[in-house]
Write a protein that binds this ligand. Sequence first.
Ligand code: B12
Length: 199
Amino acid sequence: MRHDLGAALESFDEAYAQAVLDSLLSMTTLDIVIAEVVLPYLHELGERWERGEVSVAQEHFASAVLRGRLLGLARGWGRGFGPRALLACLPGEQHDLGLIAFGLALRARGWRIAYLGGDMPIESVSGAAHAVDPAFVVLSAVDPESFRRFSAELRALAREHRTCIGGAGAREAEATAIGATLLSGGPVEEANRLTELAA
Ligand code: B12
């Protein structure tokens, strides 16, 4: 199935890619589709792009289709009565697919999601946190340097709201410096952990 999805996306066949995703979602859980198909495919796509095996156009097309589908599945994720999570990427960060996947995994566990998306000024995240009063603020970046660059602002945010950091750039040293909880695993695994922490 992952192979079919990749073949559809890399031949720019959006309709077939959606059909493969429909079929996967009808057969198994969203957790499995995220953790075992979509994220590994994206990771592998990046490696193949680095080796020059897929073009920038194929990589952009594939990530745009998958992002659109994940956000479609996210419709209504702010509703309900569960704990709230406020999700955002650090300033300058556009890679939000892992964060969206994490929001979907939390949603499957009863959370309500307030999603701010990519490239968020910390001050604005802080303003949203005051308005939403989330159980956790979760920030994501692919480069550890982003957490270091904004560490003073992030420390101030973490003093006021329980804050977590995730994504490929989130490491123990940065989490400790900020006073945040490190979510170093994949979105599904860390959604389980955050759900335990919130309980
Ligand atoms: C898709 C993609 C893009 C898309 C992003 C679309 C989007 N809205 O997310 C677009 C085309 C916009 C893009 C742009 C760029 N990209 Co890009 N991109 C990728 C690619 C192919 C996949 C990223 C992805 O979503 N992977 C799936 C995620 C979920 O997997 P992961 O990052 O390994 O994350 C794991 C964990 O960290 C965890 N996780 C991830 N996020 C989160 C969040 C939470 C809360 C939790 C709990 C867990 C979690 O889940 C994953 C599985 O365990 C990667 C290649 C790769 N190997 O990852 C490059 C990559 C991330 N990009 C890279 C670069 C350099 C860029 C650009 C600078 C390219 C350019 N020259 O313009 C720009 C920068 C844009 C910006 N300012 O942020 C580099 C980053 C290098 C670095 N360490 O800083 C990579 C690694 C490619 C490379 N090898 O050079 N990119």
